[in-house]
Design a protein around this ligand. Sequence first.
Ligand SMILES: Cc1cc2nc3c(=O)[nH]c(=O)nc-3n(C[C@H](O)[C@H](O)[C@H](O)COP(=O)(O)OP(=O)(O)OC[C@H]3O[C@@H](n4cnc5c(N)ncnc54)[C@H](O)[C@@H]3O)c2cc1C
Length: 309
Amino acid sequence: MRVVVVGAGLSGLTAARHIATKSHEVVVLDKGRSTGGRCATRRMGGAVLDHGAQFFTVRSNEFANVADDWLHAGVAREWCRGFGTSDGHPRYCGTNGMTTITKHMARGLDVRCSHMVFSVERRGKGWRVNLDDGSSFEADAVVITSPIPQSMSLLANTNLEIPDGIRTIEYDKTIAALVVVDGDTNIPAPGGVQDGDSTFSFVADNMQKGVSPRRALTFHCNPSFSESNWWNDQESTHATVMSLAAEWIGGATIIEHQPKRWRMATPRTTWHERCWSHDGIFLAGDAFAGPRVEGAVLSGLAAAERVLG
Ligand SMILES: Cc1cc2nc3c(=O)[nH]c(=O)nc-3n(C[C@H](O)[C@H](O)[C@H](O)COP(=O)(O)OP(=O)(O)OC[C@H]3O[C@@H](n4cnc5c(N)ncnc54)[C@H](O)[C@@H]3O)c2cc1C
């Protein structure tokens, strides 16, 4: 069976790995320059910063098996057991940033980055996946793991009856800032603050977290700030974010800073099944099994099981 997976985030890579173990021909296509999707790690001014997912938790036995594999492979480790106070539940992160995990998952797979899928159309009993450069892939099954609005536009000309509960899923946005500093900040151990003020949903010190050789901070603005500032001038929004971040930066000297924006950061609602499929098209991703690392992996697993039948 020839399978095309759209998206090399956690969901797509999970699905691809499982399908490939059964000797099927699997190609993973991603429009990004590297794997990971919303698990993203950037290098900047000699620092390393996670700027998408910050950590993951383990809630189900199925995901515990996957997380154990990552821990044994040395690509994930425990970061802490709570931010501020310990609640006893481990928070894990990628050993050298969250993309340590996705790079590990991509190993041995045919993953093609900088490959933007433009549309999916019926071709006899199977499907043709068209790329924006005019090339295409023929497939018996297509697993689509992009955020839902993007998946819907890829399928626009297929006449598939996709339920409204999937079709209408919307996403919260996240405006972020990445800041490399010298000196001590006001971010306490273990280097992460959740909902610490009225602007930021998460503030991270990537050095305390253990992924950066120098002090580098990630600021994620909460959905309400991000929504109300999304359409404002980007430069002045970044200046506002930097001024609001000053309280956390404290006396440290800012060496370098960059804005970052996630237009489709978090699905506001999720579908009640871990994936959806019809006639060789499989929809998966964190909009199905929960808006987090675990949900993306569980959805990828469910899609793979359905593909393998
Ligand atoms: C700012 C932020 C903070 C977060 N923090 C946490 C956290 O601390 N803990 C946690 O558990 N979760 C967190 N999450 C959520 C977590 O990152 C996601 O749930 C998970 O990474 C989603 O994986 P996915 O594979 O479903 O989707 P994605 O990672 O979005 O993967 C989809 C992929 O599809 C690709 N794609 C899209 N369209 C096309 C196309 N047309 N052609 C080819 N490729 C395409 C994209 O490039 C992308 O790589 C956070 C997310 C964000 C944005």
